[in-house]
Ligand binder design. Structure first.
Ligand code: SAH
Ligand code: SF4
Length: 383
């Protein structure tokens, strides 16, 4: 039973189904958010006989901390071992006025962006709502969480229902009671879900992992672009922005020699102006096995200047946790090396599951003209 995936109403219904008074459901739910509670018997006020009836040695916790890395700047990255032995990362990023937790939505990722550790072995499975909620509660025990970002491993739009359920639980006053505006979902671009999110959760922030504003470059680094090219992504963003009247965020990982040319800056600024978007420039965090290079500080500043000069609002994301394996999916990858997920065939199935393709037609993605990330650099590969 995925207890951390229950809202107050779900917990009361769960109790009623077992012939218990509804308040027992609420009592169990509030017990989940007490430090040190791991089993029914740890919840204050639950009668012994009820614990014995419910328990059977059952752990309420969806995971336990398996590895931990602490950075000098206060960032803590935890690798949680789930009940089935799979590993997921969640990162706590405290600042003076905020405590942001970066959560994973899947074990691994089917999208396979060439710069990302999470996608190197494909996706193993979706996380349950409770497994997502627990990542936040885990770090909340250290300091109250103010913001939650879905920027750990996984593509949240491919685990849409569980991600939205987790947000509903975290927003529930019976859980952590976080305001909906405290959530950010980051996506590599799944048009159908972008449109759906505008209706389902208009208050949460959506960040678009753009990384290139032309198909030729984006096809090489974000394989999902071969299924939904920029024109389709932008059409979904147009629809999104007619419903949600808030500033969009573009994420742009800076890959030396791949997406940092003058043309790249111009196209990026053009798109940002069109949507009034804010751009987060994120210098590539080196990942073992990735073909990319991290740009120098001078190259990063020069690119940011070019974008700004052409009317694009951008900031360079400071590298929190620089002294630990900060890039998404790296700690897990180091621990879990050699475990294969479903890879790109899995991505085809996920795309098909959205009902946009005839059955069986989406088992593979169209190939990139040249799938090698560093070949044919539009900026001539200067560096
Ligand atoms: N799958 C979603 C959310 C998780 S990734 C998405 O792609 O948006 C969250 C962010 O981390 C993305 O913008 C991604 O591009 C960035 N990221 C992944 N690997 C990185 C790396 N090695 N260096 C810098 N940013 C990285
Ligand atoms: Fe998946 Fe996001 Fe990593 Fe791309 S950047 S592989 S979409 S987690």
């Amino acid at each position: 039973m995925d207890f951390y995936g229950l809202t107050s109403a779900d917990a009361r219904a769960w109790a009623a189904e077992r012939g218990l008074p509804a308040y027992r459901g609420s009592q169990i739910l509030s017990g989940l958010y007490r430090p040190g509670v791991a089993r029914f018997a740890d919840i204050p006020g639950l009668p012994h006989e009820l614990c014995a009836r419910l328990d059977g040695g059952f752990s309420l916790l969806p995971g336990v901390e398996h590895r931990r890395q602490e950075s000098g700047d206060g960032t803590v990255k935890s690798l949680l071992k789930l009940q089935d032995g799979r590993l997921v990362e969640c990162v706590s990023i405290p600042t003076s006025d905020r405590h942001t937790v970066c959560v994973s939505s899947q074990v691994g990722c089917a999208v396979g962006c060439t710069f990302c550790a999470s996608g190197q072995n494909g996706v193993e499975r979706d996380l349950t709502a409770g497994e997502i909620v627990y990542q936040v509660w885990f770090h909340h025990q250290r300091r109250a969480v103010t913001n939650v970002v879905f920027m750990g491993s996984g593509e949240p739009m491919f685990n849409y229902d569980n991600v939205l359920k987790a947000i509903a639980v975290l927003a529930d006053p019976g859980g952590l009671g976080l305001g909906r505006r405290r959530f950010t979902i980051s996506t590599s671009g799944v048009p159908k879900r972008i449109r759906q999110l505008a209706h389902d959760e208009p208050q949460i922030t959506l960040a678009f992992s753009l990384h290139a504003a032309d198909d030729e470059t984006r096809n090489r680094i974000v394989p999902l672009n071969r299924r939904w090219p920029l024109a389709e992504l932008l059409a979904a963003m147009d629809d999104y922005s007619t419903v949600v009247n808030r500033r969009m965020t573009f994420e742009y990982v800076l890959l030396e020699g791949d997406n940092m040319g003058d043309d790249h800056a111009r196209r990026l600024a053009e798109l940002a102006r069109r949507y009034g978007a804010h751009i987060n420039l994120m210098p590539f965090n080196p990942v073992v096995g990735s073909p990319h290079r991290r740009p120098t500080e001078e190259q990063v500043t020069a690119f940011a200047r070019l974008v700004t000069a052409q009317g694009g609002h951008c900031t360079i994301r400071g590298q929190r946790g620089a002294d630990i394996d900060a890039a998404c999916g790296q700690l897990r990858r180091r621990e879990d090396a050699g475990r294969a997920g479903t890879g790109l065939a899995g991505l085809g199935e996920l795309i098909a599951s959205l009902g946009e393709d005839a059955p069986g037609s989406a088992a593979t993605l169209p190939p990139a003209a040249d799938a090698s990330p560093s070949a044919a650099r539009p900026d001539g590969g200067a560096g």
